[in-house]
Ligand binder design. Structure first.
Ligand code: ADP
Length: 473
């Protein structure tokens, strides 16, 4: 089987979220099970630093309505996987990945270019594994523009929805970028909706956790596409993401002082020392260190943290750290907290991979009270590093965190049901006092969390089963 994995971000070349991680290690997992895989992604500005490792493999002219532009293809071999970068300076070599007025045009170009690539590549994939709205129009292009070519006709498509909130929703004028008369059945609330087109036309649709699969079929989590998803319900499958133990494991991680579940206490202290020293957080290590790592976006339920944290600082011995960027409402607030409580609250605004690893390793408690969470990687990484997550019971958080049971002492974290600062606060206090007052129970939870298998092997196997099933059908 040959799979083409087409994604708008791939770790370590580009990353804004969990998609990049999956685009890195799902292909690795597919390859490990002896299937061919090629990864296709845009050549963004910061990717130039890998240019010396690439070989030029060709050039094509892309026609998009009245627009004509050239793309170059560069190939790089990473761990035995061919990664092909689509270069068009105008569209992709910018200071960020998304959020431009011409995003529709940019990703129509990317989609056409990904398909045009197969006209010059010897390998013809059996399956195109598409991801999110940026590639949502590919099944449409296949049907409308490539249907007369045999090998394109045979290609099957899977669309994975990593986050239903982002749909690629554009003014109908973008229909001009599709070479023939645009099929207006893909207009959704008077907008062209790239994700909806993918949902309607892909052979199978997957999302990143079983529970999120159920949620997106409801109006509450469906972001107006629940109807379209209901229609494809039989082809919609939830496959839980995994994490890559090569990069995220406390025993192997090159960015931290290593430890395992037997040595985790010393490991935590050693890693706290490094972080505290760098951020002037003092020298008290035997108090709960509570962190947030992630985007500052509404989705993440940060308002519950904002409502709660100052009271917790006043009433407990806990230390805090916030790593992330995005909405200034939150970055400003966390900065304000650091200014007000310099010995208790650390803070870093921006994206920092190394610091994220250090914080997973140093922390005891990990906050993730998301409003919705398709899968979430943060909580799985945290458990693997012996940092117990406090999560809301939504999406993949519900699938992955086993809530603490005070009678049996079973659990791998703490969870609450409703969008409520009070419920979140209760769990935060519960976690902090358990850490302070019942070290034995805490240790038991840590061991359960650290021993849970979140490896990506299960995920790769499930996708391969699905690829096989599509080909059999
Ligand atoms: P999402 O995809 O919604 O952003 P996930 O939890 O699925 O959330 O994935 C986020 C990933 O990005 C995790 O691996 C997390 O550690 C990492 N991450 C998020 N923000 C930062 C940051 N500011 N610095 C470093 N890593 C980050």
């Amino acid at each position: 089987m040959t799979i083409a994995f087409i994604a708008s971000e791939v770790y370590p070349y580009s990353k804004t979220g969990g998609l990049a991680d999956i685009a890195h290690f799902l292909p690795l997992g597919i390859k490990e099970q002896n299937h061919e895989v090629v990864v296709i992604t845009p050549y963004y500005r910061d990717i130039a630093k890998y240019h010396h490792q690439m070989t030029y493999i060709g050039r094509k002219t892309i026609y998009m309505g009245g627009i004509q532009t050239d793309v170059n293809y560069f190939s790089l071999n990473q761990d035995g996987i061919q990664i092909i970068f689509i270069q068009n300076m105008h569209y992709f070599e910018r200071d960020r990945l998304y959020g431009f007025n011409d995003d529709a045009e940019r990703f129509v170009c990317f989609s056409f270019a990904a398909l045009e690539l197969f006209t010059i590549l010897n390998k013809k994939p059996d399956i195109l594994h598409l991801n999110d709205w940026q590639t949502g129009m590919i099944p449409y292009l296949l049907k409308k523009h490539y249907d007369h070519i045999d090998y394109f006709k045979r290609m099957k498509t899977i669309l994975t929805i990593h986050n239903l909130e982002y749909q690629g929703n554009f003014d109908p004028y973008v229909s001009r970028f599709f070479n023939t008369n645009f099929d207006y059945s893909y207009i959704h609330f008077e907008r062209v909706n790239f994700l909806k087109a993918g949902i309607e036309l892909a052979n199978k649709i997957t999302t990143v956790s079983p529970n999120y699969r159920e949620e997106i079929l409801t109006p509450q989590y469906g972001f107006t596409l629940d109807g379209a998803l209901q229609y494809r319900k039989d082809d919609l499958i939830g496959i839980l993401n995994g994490i890559d133990y090569h990069s995220f494991h406390p025993n192997r991680d090159k960015l931290i002082t290593n430890y395992n579940y037997e040595t985790y206490k010393k490991g935590k202290t050693d890693n706290k020392k490094q972080v505290y020293e760098r951020f002037n957080l003092g020298t008290i290590y035997d108090v709960p260190f509570v962190v947030y790592i992630g985007r500052y976006a509404n989705q993440k339920g940060l308002w519950m943290i904002k409502d709660t944290v100052e009271g917790v600082i006043a009433n407990t011995n806990a230390m805090f750290f916030f790593l992330g960027s995005g909405d200034p409402e939150f970055s400003n607030y966390f900065k304000f907290l650091t200014d007000k409580y310099p010995n208790r609250v650390g803070n870093y605004i921006g994206y920092n991979e190394a610091l994220a690893h250090e914080l997973y390793a140093a922390s005891d408690i990990f906050m993730m009270p998301s409003e919705f969470e398709p899968c979430g990687l943060g909580q799985m990484i945290a458990m693997t590093y012996g940092s117990l997550p406090i999560v809301r019971e939504t999406g993949g958080l519900k699938d992955t965190v086993k809530p603490y049971n005070k009678f049996t002492h079973e659990g791998t974290g703490f969870s609450f049901a409703n969008l409520s600062s009070l419920e979140f606060k209760e769990k935060l206090y519960e976690a902090i006092s358990l850490y302070n007052q019942q070290p034995k129970t805490w240790q038991k939870l840590i061991q359960q969390a650290m021993n849970t298998d979140f490896s990506n092997q299960n995920m790769s196997k499930k996708y391969i089963e699905l690829y096989n099933k599509i080909l059999e059908d």
